[in-house]
Design a protein around this ligand. Structure first.
Ligand SMILES: [Zn+2]
Length: 420
């Protein structure tokens, strides 16, 4: 099967290259914002969506009007259109929020679909209109290069090299099925009783961040000291993202190595983050509580965690299954009674019918597992052994994986996830 993988390295540009990098990133951002604005204008006027091919026809006029755009390699500007098109396709398919305008200094990047050359022996990479760039060669790049993304965070530039290669269909060593309940007080509770405590990187760094932001707000905007303060704020954001990323990777690796199939709630993290403004009926209800929850949601990175679980499981020959979320925390796993009263406190589950009691997160995980098994049975999979904790999960995972498109993916960027 084909494995798509990204390798990210720090690059060491010289002065000329650094100026070019900034300009190309700025141009990519400009074109993105122009194209997005035009799509929105068209939409407001009742016109239809213009795809990447159509958007490329907008470029010549913009280059004429804004001559600095001509400095960029054309393919990087066309790639912006392809990326914006993809952003819209994800939005149309309800996989992602509507594309947003890009701000300067907030994940500056541009992408080359071709024309690059990688010289691993000499730790350098050739990029059109930039020339050879040295990079910090920390591991071998395997496979055929499909594209190269150049990005900047906290004044450090990176290349992310995406490759494709054929690998043997992995044989899953683990055999178990497990349900996972993701939460605030406990990051993850597994149906087998394992508990993963959260690492509130955001909370731990929050005070430092708040202080740095206060310092920044007291400086005169765009002054030298303001820029210094802003750089410090960005550094703290980057540190938080790294700590969290490290935690998520360690956790997702352990779980994906130990289980053949992982079942999670089909949580719409995006919806949860947006709902704080309330509904028409109940405007701004629980705004404060929700913004606290949102912060924790973002801090914990559930969406990113699921993404990692998904690709790591498929690399191992296992799979991730998402099941509907409603009432998983209110359903009694022994008698099936559904009631809010079963959940008198956040931490404790006590069934009002049969008096079954347990930790609420564990109950959630057990219910998620049960729903996953029910779903597989609905698809005609033999889960009799899995249901009693034996070993058909690996077999199911392999069958389902075999039926799926044989593509594995480790999508490129993770740092853009973080904070506004
Ligand atoms: Zn009960």
């Amino acid at each position: 099967m084909t494995r798509v993988q990204a390798y990210k390295f720090k690059i060491e540009p010289n002065g000329t290259q650094l100026r070019a990098l900034r300009q190309f990133a700025g141009n990519a951002r400009k074109v993105w914002n122009l194209a997005l604005a035009r799509q929105q204008t068209q939409y407001a006027a009742g016109e239809s969506f213009t795809n990447a091919f159509g958007m490329n026809y907008w470029l010549p006029a913009w280059k004429k009007e804004l001559s600095y755009l001509k400095a960029s390699p054309s393919q990087t500007l066309q790639q912006v259109m392809a990326d914006l098109n993809q952003g819209y396709q994800n939005f149309f398919a309800k996989r992602a929020a509507h594309p947003v305008f890009k701000k300067k200094g907030h994940y500056d990047s541009f992408r080359y679909p071709q024309g690059y050359e990688l010289d691993q022996k000499n730790s350098r990479i050739f990029l059109p209109k930039l020339g050879w760039l040295r990079y910090r060669n920390s591991r071998d790049v395997l496979g055929t290069i499909k594209n190269v993304t150049v990005s900047c965070s906290s004044n450090t530039w990176h290349v992310s090299i995406q490759t494709e290669r054929e690998v043997a269909q992995p044989i899953m060593k683990a055999t178990s099925l497990v349900g996972i309940d993701l939460g605030i007080t406990r990051f993850a509770t597994l149906s087998d009783g394992t508990v993963v405590e959260p690492r509130n990187s955001f909370k731990r760094h929050q005070r430092a961040l708040a202080k740095a932001q206060r310092v920044m707000s007291r400086k005169e905007k765009f002054s030298r000291n303001w820029k210094k303060a802003r750089a410090r704020v960005q550094r703290i954001h980057t540190r938080i993202a790294h700590v969290r990323q490290d935690f998520l990777h360690k956790t997702s690796t352990t779980i994906s190595n130990n289980h053949a199939m992982v079942i999670v709630e089909d949580l719409k993290v995006g919806n949860m983050s947006r709902s704080a403004a309330g509904t028409v009926k109940e405007p701004g209800k629980n705004v404060r509580a929700k913004s606290g929850l949102n912060r924790a949601v973002l801090d914990q990175g559930w969406g990113e965690f699921r993404r990692q679980l998904d690709y790591k499981l498929s690399w191992n020959g296992g799979m991730l299954l998402a099941v509907p979320a409603h009432h998983t925390s209110q359903t009694c796993p022994t008698c099936g009674h559904v009631s809010k009263d079963n959940r008198r406190t956040q931490a404790r589950f006590a069934c009002v019918e049969c008096h079954y009691e347990n930790n609420a997160d564990l109950v959630g995980a057990v219910n998620i597992l049960a729903r996953g098994i029910a779903h597989l049975q609905g698809e005609g999979q033999d889960t009799t052994a899995a249901a009693v904790g034996q070993a058909t999960a690996a077999q199911i995972a392999c069958e389902v994986n075999g039926a799926r498109a044989r593509q594995q993916q480790e999508p490129t960027e993770v740092s853009q996830l973080a904070f506004g």
